[in-house]
Structures are given as structure tokens and as C-alpha cells.
Write a protein that binds this ligand. Structure first.
Ligand SMILES: OC[C@H]1O[C@](O)(CO)[C@@H](O)[C@@H]1O
Length: 522
């Protein structure tokens, strides 16, 4: 088998206690609430920018332009407004910059402080936005929200992967993506109700509602302990040992603790993690820190998340029906993330990536054909039959499900578990910022692309889905069941990456593990 299939994780790993204690479960669920703020914003911004009172107040020209094109018969080119997309996506630029700052805070002061900062900044943004009197306040609010998201997305996935016992790392980390999807769904539902409030101020509730997930996250972060890895990294060894014993529910944590100390010693020797990240031996990690978020966004998933109401309107649903369809995709997104939680530590990351990729590819091809047959190139569908609309929604849901059990959650899980401690925080910032750049890109160019590519838009994303599936098949080793501080060895055993990463010498402790596992390779 090509690529990553050659690596088998060490069943049982080292002698680490790997049980799921109540303490670790609660801690991880609380920390994962950080995803709510990101999800809430994703879900709320598209809805708010289609509320007429909001547009009339802040973007009157856009409002007028939209009114003018309502009668147009070209469905592909209806809703194009660069200023409005700029407003939505400005947040992603702020998050991108903030994730670099967060890298230093997370490394020097701990994961928890970054999480708390994320919650506070997001809360400030929500208050500024809800009370906005002019466009300046709106943009300022979005910058605060973005910085908050940058901090949260940089620190929460690392926190989860470090806290979790290695056997359950996948499932616990994915609770972060689950809360992103819950945030999206809640925001979609709230938008629906707030849009109907008389007097046209419902948008203030939608934007101000972001305070709720922010407070949940702030209170959560205040009550959480920091990870043993981070405590050791900051010289608090005794506290780290006690913390490890407490979260593992076992006093016998020596082996895991010693590995953490070893990783920390290597880490403190590194004064410039950014330069270190560029070293040849970190080529695999750097590749995945860039390619995984890039591909995650180039699946085209956010076209559905940001523009579901527009998209469903385009293919012939009425305004209310299109909002309901958006709620349906939101539900599918949530439920399918649960599938990922249940299976990721059993079937592994590669299997989920590959099957999710193939499922999305198939659906994109079907959707392209369906839209092409009905809309052709002039975007005028004539009369749409119910069965046609149902088939399209069904395949969009299947596509969302494919994303939600694969690239959605694994886009956070895999990067957070493959970086060695010395570059973990820096590399995670790369992961977040690439994710933000391409979320921004998709948000910015989608409406233009729909107008010029027409039904070919789905094929554009399908080409990337094909590429990313081959990429994973060839290059990603399986990381399931491998303790996080022992991850280094997967690269030196991989047929492609071994040319960059030398095998650990026989003198090193890691050799012990390598010997135990030889012969178990698939
Ligand atoms: O659930 C869908 C959401 O998940 C993300 O990919 C983050 O992991 C977002 O960019 C997207 O809106």
C-alpha cells in the first residue's frame, strides 16, 4: 500500500495510563467550548448581512443595488457585493494576525491564558458590534472578534491534544469542532427568529448574542487547569506531575512524565521556534501545517456555511425555505461530527480523511451535473420541480456530512498532534493563519466565482478534493494511538518523509519502542 499505510501505531503505546477519567472528560469538554465563538460568528454573519434593516443602516448603497437586481433572471450573478463580503471577511484577517501573537502567549504564559484572552476579546467585539452606530464601530467590533478567534483557535486544539489520554485524543479534540458546528447551528436558528423582530433591530440581538458563547468560554477558561506539558515547559515540574496524576487518575505516571520533561528540555533549548520550524527535519510538520488548513478550506465547505441561504435561493427555493434548508445542513454538520468522535480513535485519521474525501467528490460531481442540466450557462432555470430541488439538497447534505466527519474535525486534530513541543505553538499559528487566509479567500471570491464559473464552481472545488485525497493517501502516516510526545518516529519510518527525518539512534529511548513495534507494520 502506498504512502502512510506503512506505519502502524503502537497498540497500547508505551506504558502510559490511557484511561478516560471523569476529570479529563469534563476538562476537555469545557475547553472545547472555545469552538462555540468561532461557530457562532460563522453562522451569524451571513444571516445579518442579508437583513434589510442592517443593510439600510450601514450599507445603503448595497441595499439599493440588491433591490435593483431582484428581478434579474441570471441566478448565478444575483448577490454580488464586494463591500459586504469585505465586512464579513475582515474578521479573518484580524484572526490571522492574532494567531501569531497568540503563539508567543501560548508558549510563554500557557494555553489557558490564551484561551481566556480569546474569550475576553471576543466578548468585547460582541458588545461593540451590538451597540454599533456606524460602520467604523462595526469594523472595530469585527477586529476584536477576529483577534479573539485567533487566540482561541490557536490555543484550544493544543490544549485538548495535550490534556487527552493518547487513546482518546482524537475524540476529545474533535469536541472542539463539534462546538464550532453547534455554534453555527445556534446562530442560524437565532438569525431566523431575530430577523422577524418588528422595528428592524433584530440584527443587534444577533450580533450581541455572541456575548453568550464568549461568557461560556471565559468562565470555562477561568476554571480550567493548564496542561502538564505547558507547566513543564514553564518550569513548574512538581505541579505538572501532580496535574498529570490527577487527570490520568493514576499515581504511576513516571513514563509519561519523563517523556514530557524530555520534550520540554528539547523545547527550552530552542530559542527561535519559527526558525526551527524551517529546519529540514521539520519539513513534514511544516507541510501539514500549511496543506491541511489550505485543503480544508478548498473543499468549498464554507460556500455552504456562509452562503447556504443565497445558494438555496439560487437553485430555486423561496426565502424561508432556503433558511430552513440552511438549518438542515447545520444539523447534518453537527450530527456527522458526532460520527467522527465515535470512530476516529477506532478507524484512524487516514480512513476518515479518505472516505470523507471520496464522499464529497462524488456529491460535487452529482451537484454539478444537476445544476448544469437545469441552469445551463445562462442561469435561468425556468420552472423547478420539487423532486429536483430535493435531490440537490440531499446531495448537498451528503457532501456536508462527508466534510463533517473528515476534513472539518481532522483539520484541527491532526496538526495539533503532530508537532513536537518545541515548535508546537508556532506551527499551530501557521495552521490557524492558513485556515483564516483561505476562509477569507473563499468568502471573498465565492460570489464572483459563482457568477463567472457558473455550475463549474462545484467542479473547481471537486478538483481540490481529488488532490487532497491523493495527498493524504500518499503522505499522511496514521497517528491514531500514538502518544503525542512520541510522534517523531512516524516520520522516520514513512517511505517519503524518512529522507527528511533521520531515524532515532539506537542509543535513544525511542529505539525501544521501534523494536517493539517492528513487524506490526501493515
Ligand atoms: O463546520 C464547518 C466549519 O468548520 C470549519 O472548517 C472549521 O473547522 C469552518 O471553516 C467551517 O465553517
Amino acid at each position: 500500500m502506498a504512502g502512510g499505510g506503512v506505519i502502524a501505531p503502537p497498540p497500547g503505546g508505551k506504558g502510559y495510563p490511557g484511561e478516560l477519567t471523569k476529570k479529563v472528560l469534563v476538562t476537555c469538554i469545557v475547553a472545547a467550548m472555545g469552538g462555540l465563538i468561532f461557530g457562532y460568528d460563522i453562522g451569524i454573519s451571513g444571516g445579518v448581512t442579508s437583513m434589510s434593516p442592517f443593510l439600510k443602516k450601514f450599507f445603503p448603497k448595497v441595499y439599493k443595488k440588491q433591490e435593483d437586481v431582484v428581478g434579474s433572471s441570471d441566478s448565478y450573478c444575483k448577490f454580488n457585493s464586494p463591500i459586504l463580503t469585505m465586512f464579513t471577511s475582515s474578521l479573518y484577517l484580524a484572526a490571522l494576525v492574532a494567531s501569531f501573537l497568540a503563539s508567543t502567549v501560548t508558549r510563554k504564559f500557557g494555553r489557558r491564558i490564551s484561551m481566556l484572552a480569546g474569550g475576553l476579546l471576543f466578548c468585547a467585539g460582541a458588545i461593540v458590534n451590538a451597540s454599533a452606530k456606524n460602520v467604523f464601530m462595526l469594523i472595530l467590533g469585527r477586529i476584536f472578534l477576529g483577534v479573539g478567534i485567533g487566540f482561541a483557535n490557536q490555543s484550544v486544539p493544543l490544549y485538548l491534544s495535550e490534556m487527552a489520554p493518547y487513546k482518546y485524543r482524537g475524540a476529545l479534540n474533535i469536541v472542539f469542532q463539534l462546538s464550532i458546528t453547534i455554534g453555527i447551528l445556534a446562530a442560524n436558528l437565532l438569525n431566523y427568529f431575530f430577523a422577524q423582530i418588528k422595528g428592524g433591530w433584530g440584527w443587534r440581538l444577533s450580533l450581541g448574542g455572541a456575548v453568550v458563547p464568549a461568557l461560556i468560554f471565559i468562565i470555562g477558561s477561568l476554571s480550567l487547569p493548564d496542561t502538564p506539558n505547558s507547566l513543564i515547559e514553564r518550569g513548574e515540574r512538581e505541579e505538572a506531575r501532580e496535574r498529570l496524576q490527577s487527570i490520568r487518575g493514576n499515581v504511576n505516571v513516571d513514563e509519561e512524565f519523563n517523556d514530557l520533561v524530555k520534550a520540554s528540555e528539547q523545547s527550552t533549548a530552542i530559542k527561535h521556534p519559527w526558525i526551527n520550524l524551517l529546519e529540514r527535519k521539520h519539513r513534514p510538520q511544516l507541510t501539514f501545517a500549511i496543506c491541511i488548513p489550505f485543503f480544508q478550506q478548498l473543499t468549498g465547505m464554507n460556500v455552504i456555511m456562509f452562503y447556504a441561504p443565497v445558494l438555496f435561493k439560487t437553485i430555486g427555493f423561496g426565502s424561508n425555505a432556503s433558511l430552513m434548508s440552511a438549518v438542515i445542513t447545520g444539523l447534518v454538520n453537527c450530527l456527522s461530527t458526532l460520527v467522527s468522535i465515535a470512530t476516529v480513535d477506532k478507524y484512524g485519521r487516514r480512513n476518515l480523511f479518505l472516505s470523507g474525501g471520496l464522499q464529497m467528490l462524488f456529491c460535487q460531481v452529482v451537484i454539478t451535473i444537476a445544476v448544469a442540466l437545469k441552469f445551463g450557462t445562462n442561469g435561468n432555470p425556468g420552472v423547478l420541480q420539487l423532486w429536483y430541488a430535493v435531490v440537490v439538497v440531499l446531495f448537498i447534505c451528503l457532501y456536508v456530512a462527508g466534510f463533517a466527519y473528515s476534513w472539518g474535525p481532522l483539520g484541527w486534530l491532526v496538526p495539533s498532534e503532530i508537532f513536537p513541543l518545541e515548535i508546537r505553538s508556532a506551527a499551530q499559528s501557521i495552521n490557524v493563519s492558513v485556515n483564516m487566509i483561505f476562509t477569507f479567500f473563499v468568502a471573498e471570491v465565492f460570489l464572483q466565482m459563482l457568477c463567472s464559473f457558473k455550475f463549474g464552481l462545484f467542479i473547481f472545488f471537486a478538483c481540490f478534493v481529488l488532490m487532497m485525497t491523493i495527498f493524504i493517501h500518499k503522505l499522511l502516516p496514521e497517528t491514531k494511538g500514538i502518544p503525542i510526545e512520541n510522534m517523531a518516529e512516524i516520520w522516520s519510518k514513512h517511505p517519503f518523509w524518512k529522507r527528511f527525518v533521520p531515524a532515532p539512534s539506537e542509543k535513544e529511548e525511542g529505539f525501544e519502542m521501534k523494536k517493539q513495534n517492528s513487524g506490526r507494520n501493515v
